[in-house]
Write a protein that binds this ligand. Structure first.
Ligand SMILES: [Zn+2]
Length: 185
């Protein structure tokens, strides 16, 4: 069985402040739920990982986060997919915790709890934090241009070898139908 780690805000759902009248309204990015359903049907396990510094800043309550996660899981199921687990860092960026992306603690926690190796594991995110955490952990970063991704692609710190996709749907296409190396000969 294969496993993929996905960001949530900006990868699966629109960023909470993107023109929403209700900051708690959960809105999928176009094609993201279909992408999760395709991965699920192809036998992949899907794990969501994110920083949630709003908890430490008290601009988001644990109950509100639970509701957001419930919405995400329900939307995934209604679209024919399954989100197997959700992991997040609840700490402030300057807390010095080991789990705030780009630190690798969250990815290592996922690996330990899911009994998998991080080496080569695809991690799909919209920010440098995901790319850097995945790279440092020996995983395989993929960047999407949704959410913060459109700005991330032009950051000089971005390793140019990281593949960039318009959205989760096209990144999923790439995972399910990887280019055949033999074709390059
Ligand atoms: Zn943390």
């Amino acid at each position: 069985m294969q496993l993929v780690i996905l960001g949530s805000d900006g990868v699966i759902n629109a960023l909470p402040d993107e023109g929403s009248t209700s900051p708690l309204e959960w809105r999928p990015i176009r094609g993201s739920l279909e992408a999760i359903a395709r991965l699920h049907r192809a036998g992949w396990r899907i794990i969501v990982a994110s920083n949630q510094p709003e908890l430490a800043a008290n601009t988001l309550t644990p109950e509100e986060l639970v509701r957001q996660h419930d919405s995400m899981r329900r939307h995934a199921v209604e679209s024919g997919g399954v989100i197997d687990a959700i992991f997040y860092c609840p700490h402030a960026p300057d807390s010095g915790c080991g789990c705030h992306l780009p630190a690798t603690g969250l990815l290592e926690d996922i690996a330990a709890r899911q009994h998998i190796e991080l080496t080569g594991l695809p991690v799909i995110g919209d920010s440098l934090a995901y790319v850097q955490a995945a790279t440092a952990a020996g995983a395989r970063p993929l960047l999407v241009k949704t959410g913060r991704g459109f700005g991330t692609v032009s950051q000089p710190e971005l390793d140019p070898s990281v593949p960039v996709f318009n959205d989760l749907y096209s990144a999923t296409d790439y995972l399910l139908h990887p280019p055949n190396p033999a074709m390059e000969n």
